[in-house]
Design a protein around this ligand. Structure first.
Ligand SMILES: Cc1cc2nc3c(=O)[nH]c(=O)nc-3n(C[C@H](O)[C@H](O)[C@H](O)COP(=O)(O)OP(=O)(O)OC[C@H]3O[C@@H](n4cnc5c(N)ncnc54)[C@H](O)[C@@H]3O)c2cc1C
Ligand code: SF4
Ligand code: SF4
Ligand code: SF4
Length: 690
């Protein structure tokens, strides 16, 4: 036996053992990508490099036999730097995308191809959407509500936009949630055994509800405190029922109650309780009070205008104020459009939105503006209010025309007043819907640090300056989007869990990922080669008379057949091995800069000729593992490394198809391939060797 020392520990192994294997006897993991147990070493990836005392350079441990008295160090800074560099070089020309482009754009990082695949293969046909809900629930709470109101940033990034039209992603997760809601036993995620720890959540809007959804799953008790009588935040008291019916929201909140959430409603932080008192009773606090305060018009007479969110709240509580017949809404965002469309439904005859910038600059979905116009709302652009006065029963609003100047800090073109363009409009009600702000004074009074727009929280962890107190959603970002609030709830839950279990508070793990930017015409052709053009399905809308007569939901659910057709349009982009790719996990472990040496990358192409596996040569790192496995398996043709330099690739000799090269060893090759270059055809199968 030969005795050597690895990382300060002695081990005796038979002669001929490699340093890599000797280390594994000690339980020391040395990373390697090209090593295949039982097959001769290739020493090509250099990831297994170690420092051997007395040698000037690092040595590949997979090809280095042990020697008596050898002293090996496997994790020195030099070794780590060499591994990081080896990975960065391997990735420099990688033609792959770890995450589908749609998922990369969803602020919550929803696994879109994953849940759509679950719907397409099983959920829609059987009516059982539990599997889809399980995939959705890992990243996204409240999928039914968000499917209705999210501006769907994901759809704009959908690869199908380059072929026909982006997938109806929001409508599909709404479909999954609505189907689940109708099931005898709706999906509930498993809950870990109770930890005995409790979290107070101030604010039961989407951020607070999402935090509870994830904390409860980890076994922590959650109590939500909210000043309103019912939970939901702006989803209940802001967004009107014709976009988000409250029974859909209630069903999602019922799921939280079933998981064990407790609600203390009509309890106002700053009046009914203090942060200090919560911190005494609970082990951690999440502050998610949103941006609930309406901003004034900022002109003389602003007090005559109804605050937009106040009006919508009264409406949500069933007692809308009388508006009269001529309503002017000032603002260009979601609140303004919702106020105008609600005013139409309440019977106002002339409803006009005044916005100081252009249509392109309106901070809401264009579909919403178009829907408002179809319902009779008139949108008057490039108009700013100057003065509001009461005259008998009417209000007189003096306005000034604007033109568009250079872009401002928000990237939108700045409105510039046009001198001498003032005009006066009369109305029965003016509604100010120009924005909402956070109650920062309250937060500051309670010892929280604040920023210009909300509560200060560390970006990755959402920790505030007070130990054990976290904050997120609109309360931190200022008035924003529900999907970002839901994402903040999940991130804070990860941090709070770390805090409660005595771990370092680092937030969710940041997983390395690479994307193909840009995709050129030849690659697009390769991606769409076998794909038929098919326009997206549209959610059916209720007839206009019903729209105008009340607050029934305008967009109906997708019928089963349409949902199935839409789900089948998904190309399941992203890497089949994203969750088990060794390059990606090592890149994450070693803090690799994925684009450090990025230069000209290889072209994306796909070989679908084999019945069991898919080959994407642009992801091959030439580790040679498949070549050696095919040879060891006695494949007649097998594989060979062909070409030179940039063009080097694994292929079947003599230009034969993959199915002839790999007659028996295809699955083994796919399992051993350290990247997504060779993968099982089964979409999203995790075929890693572990
Ligand atoms: C009219 C309108 C339309 C919108 N449309 C869209 C849309 O189409 N798509 C989209 O993505 N987003 C939309 N939004 C934005 C979205 O609703 C918000 O970004 C989201 O609700 C923020 O979630 P949150 O949990 O951070 O805060 P909120 O939803 O505001 O919830 C905060 C909660 O905290 C409670 N609270 C506040 N202060 C206290 C206190 N002192 N004590 C106790 N409780 C307190 C409140 O009662 C509330 O329940 C819209 C917003 C409005 C107002
Ligand atoms: S939450 Fe919004 S951005 Fe994310 S997948 Fe759903 S619709 Fe797309
Ligand atoms: S086709 Fe499917 S996976 Fe690909 S970007 Fe569109 S929604 Fe995402
Ligand atoms: S295709 Fe073969 S050579 Fe290329 S990375 Fe995968 S296993 Fe290695």
């Amino acid at each position: 036996m030969i005795t050597l020392t690895i990382d300060g520990r002695q081990v005796s192994v038979p002669p001929g053992t490699t340093v890599l294997d000797a280390a594994s006897w000690l339980g020391i993991r040395i990373p390697t990508m090209c090593h295949v147990p039982g097959i001769e070493a290739a020493a090509s990836c250099f990831l297994c490099a170690v420092q051997i005392e007395g040698r000037r350079t690092l040595s590949p441990s997979c090809a280095m036999p042990v020697a008596e008295g050898m002293v090996v160090a496997t994790g020195t800074e030099d070794v780590r730097t060499a591994r990081r560099m080896a990975l960065e070089l391997l990735l420099s020309d990688h033609a792959g995308e770890c995450v589908a482009p749609c998922a990369a754009k969803c602020p919550a990082g929803l696994d879109i191809p994953g849940f759509v695949h679950a719907l397409a293969t099983q959920g829609i046909a059987t009516g059982d959407t539990r599997q889809a809900m399980q995939v959705i629930g890992r990243h996204l709470a409240l999928p039914g509500s968000l499917g209705r109101i999210c501006p769907r940033l994901c759809e704009q990034a959908c690869r199908r936009c380059d072929l026909d039209q982006g997938l109806a992603i929001g409508a599909l997760h709404r479909y999954a949630a609505d189907r689940d809601r109708a099931a005898a036993v709706p999906y509930l995620p498993p809950r870990a055994p109770a930890t005995g720890r409790s979290v107070a959540i101030v604010g039961a809007g989407p951020a607070g509800l999402a935090a509870a959804w994830y904390l409860l799953q980890n076994g922590h008790a959650c109590t939500l405190f909210d000043t309103h009588p019912l939970p939901g935040g702006m989803l209940r008291y802001g967004i009107p029922a014709y976009r988000l019916p409250k029974d859909a929201l209630d069903a999602e909140i019922a799921g939280l109650r079933a998981l064990g959430a407790e609600f203390h409603m009509s309890a106002r932080w700053g009046e009914d309780f203090t942060l200090a008192a919560l911190r005494q009773v609970h082990d951690a606090v999440f502050v998610a009070i949103g941006a609930q305060n309406a901003q004034g018009l900022g002109c003389p007479g602003e007090g005559h205008a109804l605050p937009g969110v106040g009006f919508l709240e009264q409406l949500a509580q069933g007692n809308p104020p009388p508006l009269g017949s001529d309503v002017i809404v000032i603002g260009g965002g979601n609140t303004a459009v919702d106020c105008a469309r609600s005013a139409v439904r309440l019977g106002a005859r002339n409803v006009r939105i005044l916005y100081r910038r252009g249509r392109q600059e309106m901070p809401c979905l264009m579909e919403e503006v178009e829907a408002a116009e179809a319902e009779g709302v008139h949108v008057d652009l490039l108009v700013a209010p100057l003065r509001l006065e009461r005259q008998a029963t009417n209000l007189l609003l003096t306005c000034r025309r604007m033109s568009l100047g250079e872009p401002d800090a928000s990237g939108r073109r700045r409105p510039v007043p046009v001198e001498g363009s003032d005009f006066v409009v009369a109305c029965s009600t003016a509604i100010a819907a120009i924005g909402q702000s956070v109650e920062r004074a309250l937060a500051e009074r309670e010892g929280l640090r604040i920023t210009a727009w909300g509560i200060a929280a560390e970006a990755r962890t959402l920790a505030t300056n007070l130990p054990g107190v976290f904050a997120g959603g609109d309360a931190v970002l200022g008035a924003d989007l529900a999907v970002r609030a839901v994402a903040a709830g999940r991130i804070s839950a990860a941090s709070i869990h770390q805090y409660l279990t005595g771990q370092a508070v680092t937030g969710e793990p940041a997983i390395a990922g690479i994307a193909m930017q840009p995709v050129d015409d030849a690659e697009r052709a390769a991606i769409f080669r076998a794909i038929e053009r098919a326009g997206r399905v549209r959610s059916p809308g209720i007839p206009m008379e019903r729209r105008l007569a009340g607050f029934d939901e305008v967009e109906e659910a997708l019928p089963d057949a349409d949902a199935a057709r839409e789900a089948r349009r998904c190309l399941t982009c992203g890497c089949r091995k994203a969750d088990c790719c060794l390059v990606r996990s090592l890149a994450t472990e070693y803090g690799v800069d994925m684009y450090r040496f990025a230069g000209q990358r290889r072209r994306f192409s796909q070989d679908l000729s084999h019945p069991e596996i898919v080959y994407e040569p642009g992801k091959c790192i030439s580790c040679d593992a498949c070549v050696r496995i095919a040879a060891a398996a006695g494949e007649e043709l097998g594989l060979a490394t062909i070409g030179r330099g940039f063009e080097v690739a694994v292929a079947v000799p003599f230009g034969k198809p993959l199915s002839e090269g790999l007659r028996h060893a295809a699955q083994r090759c796919a399992a051993a391939c350290p990247t997504g270059a060779l993968a099982l055809r089964t979409a999203r199968a995790c075929d890693c060797a572990e």
